[in-house]
Design a binder for this molecule. Structure first.
Ligand SMILES: Cc1cc2nc3c(=O)[nH]c(=O)nc-3n(C[C@H](O)[C@H](O)[C@H](O)COP(=O)(O)OP(=O)(O)OC[C@H]3O[C@@H](n4cnc5c(N)ncnc54)[C@H](O)[C@@H]3O)c2cc1C
Length: 614
């Protein structure tokens, strides 16, 4: 059993295990209790649900609210909006399902104490844009977490989940998960009848713009470490649209949000010479992607595309014109409060760089790519849809169940359904929670069967990085360079470099092609081999080691999917230079992958896109 075999093992048996207590996980926990009054519901989280996940530091807007009580929007309108933004490819059944329930989620948030701004003239929620409402959201996450805490039988904070458990008697059924406590080091085994993965998206798989001491300054939360993808991938679940990484246009260096600026403050962008630049790129783009360029609103990726082309043409930097709006004291207050409520770092960056947006138009930049399922992008697991509106090909049992029995997901975890944001992720968690309760009830007395041998193997594998370190630490060549192990940070930087250079990161102007992807896959395979030799000097580094494992596997999925889709569907997110055009004849479809953890092989296939809304 090795040096660390003595670690204590803690068993927890439950009906429903929720992995990750962010927005989706809190929703799943809350709703599971509503439908499963007598069930044992456990939420396991690597941080503390009070302030964990992408909403940790608060938000200033809820980006998905229909406003059906005032006749503002219909769920069908949201489906059309998301479909347009994703260049035609979304799981309309999943999106519709969220849109029809999301308002009730937001009403709950308000009931629980979230201050939502109101329009003094109408008494309705203050709109930032067609889908967004404004909140005083510094405490958004603690408010939502309280509801989950009250609903859960137990919340297990500080436990990093590393693997899912499969049922020993049924090959395609989830039976729980394992991980370790990042403070005590105990090995935790959760045996569960149903598992709901809600472990957020993935940052730091592509090299970030801010490196060295500033490497934590990414747009997406640095602790979003791709577990949402790696856990299902390892369990053999099918994934979809993993090539659909997202690139964000944000304020430079702090990645402060631009939504409130564009929508509420009515600021706009211009090039270094004070000119409007966006529209002039669209004629040329029409040759590559056809009529999509004329859609309204302009899809997010295409706006990025115009930005990137203008900068490449030497007319950067692109700036946000704030100097006009900030003359209005109300707008100036909103502009600053927007950062104080969700990205305080941007205010600090401006202060440190002598940028007063009342007098200077601040620079924008495009971020490194991220993988997510809840924003203007839809990577994630392939899930069964709602019984009443999903086409039969998208239904194999329970809503939001993946292609593995008993394995559910929500939020960033689930693919194909973009534009959920915080409220939609919580809502999808609720949907998955309700379905998981049905699944558990249908199972009756059947208990998950977990093999002792599998547990022993996993325990050994999980602590191996600490063993590697303990054995090899005296063989240091210089500084932190060792001939016998690789530190998690070194592995991360190697991953980011591979993804950046070969799979379409910032260093390659978001561009790749088949030969580059092929080489990227070769280098990823070598990195995977070296992961057996990661060294972790303490529990904190052990967590970093497993986050790296998860990021590498998700990166492999991204690369395989990017290779498979031989077109450029989302210019501005990435470009296949060898297939520069959008190709609706062959690629108006979803890409699906399945990983075989025994052979290390990926199987790729296409799935049809059904338009259920006209
Ligand atoms: C910078 C930024 C700005 C945003 N702005 C807005 C906005 O203005 N309005 C809006 O509505 N939405 C916004 N969003 C989107 C919103 O935050 C996400 O859609 C939402 O948080 C996704 O929910 P989730 O539960 O999937 O992921 P998260 O909320 O990130 O939760 C994932 C949870 O899983 C935990 N976890 C991860 N791995 C493991 C593991 N291995 N073991 C145990 N636990 C694990 C994490 O610690 C975390 O608690 C923004 C997101 C970002 C990053």
């Amino acid at each position: 059993m090795g040096l660390f075999g003595h670690r204590r093992t803690v068993f927890t048996d439950c009906d429903i295990l929720v992995i990750g207590g962010g927005m989706a996980g809190c929703g799943a926990t809350y709703e599971s209790r509503y439908w499963g009054r007598d069930l044992k519901i456990v939420c396991v989280e690597k941080a503390n649900i009070e302030r964990s996940g992408a909403v940790a530091q608060g938000l200033y807007a809820i980006n998905c609210y229909m406003g059906m009580q005032w006749g503002e929007n219909r769920p069908e309108d949201h489906v059309r909006y998301a479909r347009n933004d994703l260049m035609g490819l979304v799981r309309e059944d999943l999106g519709y399902d969220i849109a029809r329930h999301v308002d009730s989620t937001v009403h709950k948030f308000e009931e629980w104490g979230l201050p939502i701004m109101r329009d003094p003239a109408t008494g309705r929620y203050q709109r930032e844009g067609k889908w967004q409402i404004m909140i005083h959201g510094e405490s958004y996450k603690p408010i939502v977490a309280e509801a989950a805490r009250k609903a859960a039988t137990e919340v297990c904070n500080r436990i990093m989940v590393t693997h899912l458990l499969m049922d020993a008697t049924k090959p395609n059924r989830a039976a729980g998960a394992v991980g370790f406590n990042v403070r005590t080091g105990h090995f935790h085994v959760f045996r569960a009848k149903a598992v709901i993965v809600c472990a957020g998206g993935a940052s730091h798989i592509f090299k970030p713009r801010a490196v060295g001491e500033g490497m934590g300054r990414t747009w997406y939360a640095p602790w979003s470490s791709a577990s949402a993808y790696a856990l299902p991938i390892l369990a053999g679940a099918k994934m979809t649209q993993m090539e659909n990484r997202i690139v964000l246009t944000r304020f430079k260096d702090g990645y402060g949000p631009v939504g409130a600026y564009f929508l509420h403050l009515k600021t706009y962008t211009q090039n270094a010479y004070g000119e409007e630049y966006e529209s002039k790129w669209f004629d040329k783009l029409r040759e590559q992607i056809g009529e999509y360029v004329d859609h309204h609103p302009v899809p997010t990726c295409l706006r990025n595309h115009a930005f990137l082309e203008e900068v490449k043409a030497g007319r950067g930097p692109i700036r946000m014109v704030t100097t006009e709006a900030f003359q209005d004291p109300h707008k100036e207050t909103v502009g600053w409060e927007n950062f104080l409520g969700m990205t305080i770092g941007q205010a600090v960056v401006w202060a440190s760089q002598n940028i007063d947006p009342k007098h200077i138009n601040p620079e924008l930049t495009t971020s490194e790519p991220y993988v997510m399922g809840s924003h203007a992008t839809c990577s994630g697991a392939w899930a069964s849809g709602p019984a009443d509106c999903a086409p039969s090909e998208y239904q194999w049992g329970y809503n939001r169940m993946m292609t593995v029995d008993g394995l559910f997901g929500a939020g960033d975890t689930i693919g194909g359904s973009a534009h959920k944001f915080s409220s939609g992720s919580f809502t999808e968690g609720r949907i998955a929670g309700k379905a998981a309760v049905n699944y558990v009830n249908d199972l009756g007395r059947e208990q998950p069967q977990v093999s002792e041998a599998e547990l022993a193997d996993l325990k050994k594998a999980i602590y191996r990085p600490m063993e590697n370190y303990a054995i090899g630490r005296n063989e240091i060549v210089a500084g932190t360079v060792s001939p016998s192990y690789l530190l998690p940070l070194h592995g991360l930087q190697r991953l980011e470099k591979i993804m950046d250079e070969y799979v379409g990161g910032i260093g390659a102007h978001y561009t790749t092609n088949a030969p580059m992807l092929t080489r990227g896959l070769e280098l990823l395979a070598m990195l995977k081999e070296d992961l057996d030799h990661i060294g972790a000097e303490d529990l904190h580094q052990l967590q970093r080691a497993w986050e790296l494992e998860h990021r590498v596997l998700a990166s492999e999925a991204v690369t395989q999917h990017t290779m498979f889709r031989t077109e450029t569907r989302w210019p501005g997110y990435y470009y296949r230079a060898d297939h520069p055009k959008l190709d609706d004849t062959d690629w108006h479809c979803f890409t699906l992958s399945r990983y075989d953890r025994h052979s290390g092989q990926w199987q790729m296939e296409k799935a049809p896109v059904y338009h259920i809304v006209d």
